[in-house]
Structure formats: structure tokens, C-alpha cells
Design a protein around this ligand. Structure first.
Ligand code: CDT
Length: 320
């Protein structure tokens, strides 16, 4: 104790941005890259390291694959597996927790197979805290050959059956979201209503957006816009970590960032390659916002928010 009447809860958080992963790159080689970032993080005093979405393989939804065995080769059936075990072992030995995005294949007892876009959260002692599955699945369901590349997440993944949880871990309240989830204000609010203090997010965001290429130059702006507003409006830290750079000919956004409950960016990646960013996060800073301008209990008006859960799309007011 320092004698401070209000000791702060500091957590040193890292973002392990990845550069491109080639389709031919083995998981073993990728895990070596993750281990290198993990060791850099240990040297920097990081206690929780966040890796990107689908961090073990290339971003395979850019291709329309039809052979189910080939498709399933991109998914993990166990976590850890023999290939990812060294990451779990080294993290435990170094006393670092981590969050890792990967494609998850689950087979139910009745033989039903599920494909999820998932992120596992592991504590500093190696224990698994939770597995989060992506809720908002973007892109399209069927092959659209006129696009320069596909974004077939809706062909490869089903949405989470669980939604957005928040877990007591790392001395605080931790939630997760994956890539497109970060664009939806409901994502942050559902976690905000569970008191979240730290939201972890991995993303793969191509610059080219086929449905409206006018958005291409705004990808970096929109990325930070949504995470900064989500952080501020819910009084939470947000850690957004990219797999960026030119991967199999597709240029993707980097600009990983650690964002404070004030909405300010506290650390940001400078490259489009493997890069560690670090911030010392005061989890108690969340209360400056949660107890004042965003004191939900005092100021929210849920009686007027029914439409948010009662309807999916827009219902226009009657004419005349
Ligand atoms: N991975 C992922 O969710 N990417 C989407 C791309 C835009 S939708 C085709 C994103 O929201 O960044």
C-alpha cells in the first residue's frame, strides 16, 4: 500500500497486432510469431495480451471454398491443441494472460456441428476464463464472383448462441467482441449494463468495401470512431487489435489501439506488421464516467428504448 486513500487498480494491457498470414503459413510458424510477441510483452510488463481475430490462419472467408475438409482445416476442434499448447505454456510460465481469436468447430453430443468465430480468454495462471463467439456476422452468404475478393463470413460462421458476457478476471470486469461487433452500439451497451471495464476486440478489416467503396478511405476513421465512442459512452477501456497489411493481395487496416474510458487513444500501432502496443490501464478510471455523466441507474430511460430489442429493422412512421 502506498498510503493512497483510493488505491488504483492498474492493469498493464498489450495489443499484439499481426501483419499478414499467408495461406501457406503453417500454424506452427504463426504460433512462433505469437510467442515472439508474448515475450516482448513480458519484457514490457504486460499482464494481459490481446491477439487479433482469426489469429492462427490467413483470413479464409475471402475465398469461396466448397470442400468441407478443406474448410474445416481452418478451424480448431480443441483449445489448446498440440499446436497452440506452447503458447498456453509460455504464457503461464511468464505469468501473462491472453485473448486469442480463432475459428472454432464444435460438435454437440447429438453430432450437430457448429462453426464459430471465437476468442478465448486465459488468466495469468493458465486457467480459461471464457470463450466468446462473434455475434454480428458480416459479409455475405453466397459466392459473389464480381467482387475482387469475397467476405463470406456468413457462409463460414453462425452467430453466437450466448451473446455478450462480462467476466470477473484480471482484477476487473472483462468482456469481448470480435471485429464487426465493434461497429454496433448495442454491443458496448449490453456489456456496459454488466459493468464492463475492459473490452477486448480483434479485427480483420479490409480497406476495400465492395457494397460502397466510398467508405474505403474512411476505414481508419470508422474503426476508431466506434471504439472511442463505445468506450466513452460506457466508461470502459477498449482494446482493438488488428491483423493488418497486405494478406494474399488484400490490404487490411492496422491502427490497433488501446482506448481509455475518456474515449482518448492511449496507445496506437505505427506499422502494419507484427507490433506490440502497451498501456497501463487504470480500471478505476471507468468510474469517473460510470458514476457521473453515464450513471446508468440515475439517467437512463429504458422505458423509451423498447424498439432496440423489439424490432430488428427500421419501421417508418405512418405517412400523412
Ligand atoms: N472481420 C470482420 O468482421 N470484418 C468486417 C469487414 C466489413 S464487413 C464486410 C468489419 O466490420 O471490419
Amino acid at each position: 500500500m502506498t498510503g493512497d486513500a483510493h488505491p488504483k487498480r492498474f492493469l498493464t494491457v498489450g495489443g499484439a497486432q499481426l501483419g499478414p498470414i499467408a495461406r501457406s503459413e503453417s500454424r506452427e510458424a504463426v504460433v512462433q510469431r505469437l510467442l515472439s510477441l508474448l515475450r516482448q510483452a513480458a519484457d514490457a510488463g504486460v499482464e494481459l495480451l490481446v491477439f487479433p481475430e482469426l489469429a492462427l490462419t490467413t483470413f479464409f472467408p475471402r475465398w469461396h471454398l466448397t470442400d468441407q475438409d478443406e474448410i474445416d482445416s481452418f478451424y480448431e476442434t480443441e483449445m489448446p491443441s498440440p499446436v497452440t499448447q506452447p503458447l498456453f505454456d509460455e504464457a503461464k510460465a511468464l505469468g501473462i494472460g491472453f485473448a486469442l481469436g480463432y475459428a472454432e468447430l464444435v460438435t454437440d453430443e447429438d453430432g450437430t456441428v457448429h462453426h464459430y468465430n471465437s476468442m478465448v480468454l486465459v488468466e495469468r495462471d493458465g486457467s480459461k476464463v471464457a470463450t466468446f463467439r462473434k455475434v454480428h456476422i458480416p459479409g455475405h452468404e453466397t459466392n459473389e464472383p464480381d467482387r475482387p475478393f469475397q467476405h463470406l463470413e456468413r457462409y463460414y460462421f453462425e452467430p453466437s448462441p450466448d451473446g455478450f458476457g462480462v467476466w470477473r478476471a484480471f482484477g476487473g470486469l472483462v468482456g469481448m467482441m470480435i471485429c464487426n461487433d465493434r461497429r454496433w452500439s448495442e454491443t458496448y451497451r449490453v456489456m456496459g449494463l454488466q459493468g464492463v471495464e475492459l473490452i477486448l476486440c480483434g479485427y480483420n478489416t479490409p480497406f476495400h468495401f465492395s457494397p460502397d467503396p466510398g467508405q474505403n478511405p474512411l476505414q481508419g476513421f470508422h474503426n476508431h470512431l466506434v471504439m472511442q465512442s463505445g468506450a466513452y459512452q460506457n466508461g470502459t477501456w477498449v482494446v482493438g487489435v488488428a491483423k493488418g497489411g497486405v494478406e494474399e493481395g488484400v490490404d487490411s487496416l492496422a491502427q490497433s489501439a488501446i482506448i481509455a474510458p475518456s474515449g482518448q487513444i492511449m496507445a496506437q500501432a505505427l506499422t502494419t506488421d507484427d507490433e506490440l502496443i502497451v498501456a497501463r490501464c487504470d480500471l478505476d478510471w471507468c468510474n469517473n464516467y460510470k458514476d457521473t455523466v453515464f450513471d446508468f441507474d440515475h439517467y437512463r430511460m429504458p422505458e423509451y428504448y423498447g424498439r432496440i430489442t423489439e424490432q430488428r429493422g427500421v419501421i417508418l412512421p405512418e405517412e400523412g
